[in-house]
Each structure stands twice: as structure tokens, then as C-alpha cells.
Write a protein that binds this ligand. Structure first.
Ligand SMILES: [Zn+2]
Length: 320
């Protein structure tokens, strides 16, 4: 067993015995990572970036009074291009306690996806024990026996991840857009700080040399939204930060909160800290109170109910 506990500090629902089963499942799962289909060994420099990302993402935990967490290398599965089936560059599986990453062409883009997924993994996580017979998609079912005549089944689902939370008992998801907006906004700040490291020097110089022209060619993209730019056979290729729409709605909401509470907030970053606190520690109360006080009772819940519908969320937030 590792010295570090698993990434899931909380188990909701179930009996005391079911909770024990769930907790020991988490611990086993944290340690038992199997080689994935299409996975390849990480290079030395990729391992260096992972360790750097681990250090800087843990600083966010420390800032909110939590202990730093390490994502072991074996819990990060790097998948070869041809074998990657998803649109996003990475995915974090909370129940499995694994991160899957698509290999990248540049180190800056690799750092971008590693930091993003690590923040998901280190944000507040909880799992829920469903009543026997529930048929939630994606549930992990564990069977155990008190004695031969008395088998029990424990059904586990993801309950909370960052700001994402499910309502009970219907299992509807809330706050997906906010979770991604917070994750990527933090990632962007962290990556801007990491750029100066020697490891990224060559790529950063290329990006700096191309950014002015590329911004003119793509005027809709602000210069600081490029993760990396490079030239290949006369063609400029680049990666940008993601979840732009989600971050834009979050920005609008934070600005409104700041403007309507001039005694409490002087900067947007102070408002953002409330969102990050919720995302990292799982404590919803403080942010919920500020939102209800500013926009009226029930607003927090309504914001959450849009889940990943960023278009609907934008209309709602613009009208607040
Ligand atoms: Zn994400």
C-alpha cells in the first residue's frame, strides 16, 4: 500500500460496512494500475514535466490548507496517437484513479494537458454508494460476502469531482461547465509561470517569434490564448487553451459578483479564490452564500443545473 491515501477522501451513502468496502477498493485501485491498450513508456523529459506539474498543482492544495498529493507515474497512462479515440487530449477517471493522456507533438502542450488533468485528479472527489439494484451507467459493482448465504453488492458511482456534484437520488449532474472553467483557468495561470523553465526554452522562443503574426492572422484569438506555436514546412501550427466559452461565462459571473459586492471584493482573483476553494476543498457554503446574497435565493442551484450546457448558462448569467 502507498503511504498516500487514495484521491477519494469521501464516501457518501451506504452502511458503515459498505463504506469500508468502498474505501479498501479505493486503496487497492490507487495502487493497482494496469498497462493500458496503446500505452507507451514515458520519456525522461515527459517524466520531468509530470513531476513539475505535480509540484505546481500541489501548491494549489497547500494554499487552501490541504496536504500535497502526488500522482504516481504508473497512474498516468500515456497513449500513442493511433490508439487514442477521444477528442479531448486527456481524461481523468476518478473511480479508477487514473489519468489517460494522448501523446503530444510539443512539450508545452504536454505540460498543458498534464496540469489540467492533475487538477481534476487533485480537486475534491467523492464517491457514492448506490442502493442495491440501482442501475447507474458507469457504476462499479463489487460483491462481497458476510457469509455464504448472505452476499452483498456495493455499487459505486462518482459523486463529486471539483465543483461537479450529483443530486440525490436522481443522479443528475451539476456544475460541469464551472469545473472545466476553473480547471483550465488555473491551468493557464500555472502554464504561464512554467514557460520560463529551461525545459521549454526552445519551444517558447519559437512561440514568441510566431505569436505576433499569428495573432494578426487569427484576430479572434488573444495572444495569451496560445499554448504553443511552431512552424512545420512553412505552415504555422498551434495549440490554444480550451473551454474558452466556459471560462468566458465564469469571468462574466465573477465580474458581476465583484461589482455588486464592492466592500468584500477588490479584484477578480479574490472572487476566483472562492470558486477554487469550492473546487479543491469541496466546501460549497461560502460561494453559495455569496451567490445567493448577490443574485437571490435559488441562484446557486440554478447555475449548477445547466451542468455542461454552456449556451444556456451564458444566457442565464448575462441576465443576472
Ligand atoms: Zn477537463
Amino acid at each position: 500500500m502507498s503511504e498516500q491515501p487514495s484521491f477519494i477522501p469521501r464516501v457518501i451513502g451506504g452502511s458503515a460496512m459498505q463504506k469500508e468496502v468502498a474505501k479498501s477498493y479505493n486503496e487497492v485501485q490507487f495502487d493497482r494500475q494496469e498497462w493500458a491498450k496503446g500505452e507507451r513508456e514515458k520519456t525522461e523529459v515527459e517524466e520531468q514535466i509530470i513531476s513539475l506539474a505535480d509540484e505546481v498543482t500541489s501548491r494549489v492544495l497547500i494554499r487552501f490548507g490541504l496536504n500535497p498529493l502526488t500522482v504516481p507515474l504508473k497512474n498516468i497512462h500515456l497513449i500513442r496517437s493511433g490508439e487514442w479515440k477521444m477528442k479531448a487530449g486527456g481524461v481523468t477517471m476518478l473511480l479508477e484513479q487514473s489519468i489517460y493522456l494522448h501523446e503530444t507533438d510539443t512539450l508545452l502542450q504536454f505540460a498543458h494537458v498534464v496540469v489540467h488533468e492533475m487538477l481534476h485528479m487533485k480537486s475534491h472527489g467523492a464517491i457514492e454508494i448506490k442502493p442495491t439494484g440501482a442501475t447507474d451507467p458507469g457504476a462499479v459493482r463489487l460483491r462481497y460476502k458476510i457469509n455464504e448465504e448472505d452476499p452483498f453488492e456495493v455499487s459505486l458511482v462518482e459523486y463529486r469531482s471539483g465543483m461537479n456534484v450529483k443530486s440525490r437520488p436522481d443522479g443528475r449532474k451539476h456544475f460541469e461547465a464551472f469545473t472545466e472553467a476553473i480547471t483550465e483557468r488555473l491551468t493557464k495561470t500555472i502554464l504561464q509561470e512554467l514557460r520560463d523553465r529551461e525545459i521549454f526554452q526552445v519551444e517558447q522562443e519559437q512561440t514568441d517569434a510566431l505569436v505576433t503574426t499569428e495573432s494578426k492572422n487569427r484576430p479572434k484569438i488573444p495572444a495569451d490564448e496560445f499554448v504553443v506555436l511552431r512552424e512545420e514546412a512553412g505552415v504555422v501550427k498551434g495549440e490554444t487553451f480550451v473551454y474558452q466559452k466556459e471560462r468566458s461565462v465564469l469571468e462574466t459571473l465573477m465580474k458581476k459578483i465583484m461589482e455588486q459586492n464592492p466592500d468584500r471584493f477588490f479584484t477578480i482573483e479574490e472572487v476566483f479564490d472562492l470558486f477554487v476553494k469550492n473546487f479543491i476543498t469541496g466546501q460549497m457554503l461560502e460561494l453559495g452564500r455569496v451567490i445567493e446574497k448577490t443574485f437571490g435565493a435559488g441562484t446557486y442551484r440554478k447555475l449548477g443545473a445547466y451542468n455542461e450546457d454552456v449556451k444556456g448558462l451564458k444566457v442565464f448569467v448575462d441576465a443576472l
